[in-house]
Write a new protein. Sequence first.
Length: 112
Amino acid sequence: MHIVYELEQRIRRLHSGRLRPRRMCCLAMPTLKPPINATLAEFGVRVRARRVALGWSQEVAADHIGIHFTHLGQVERGQRSSRIENILKLAAGLQITPGELLDDLPLPTEND
C-alpha cells in the first residue's frame, strides 16, 4: 500500500513538472556480430534447421544437447566454433548423425 502511494506521488510530481523523468541511456539495439566464417554460418543454419524441424525452442534443444542455450544461439549464428566433443553432443541431442551436420560444408578460406 505504501509503495502504491509513493508511485502515485511520483506520477503527480512528474505531471506537474516538479520531477524530471529519468533518462534512458541504453535504448539502442545492440548490433549482432557477424558469423566467423561461411563454414560456421552454414553449420549454424543446419543446427537451427534441425532444431526447428523438431519443433524445439533453443532452451529445449540446449537441454537435450547438454549445453547452455546461449552457446546454442552462438553456434546457430555462426559465432562460435565447436570442438569435436560439442559437435557430437549437438548431433546426439538433435537426434541426427554428425555427418548430417558436417557433410559438404564449405571449406574455410585463408582469410577466415
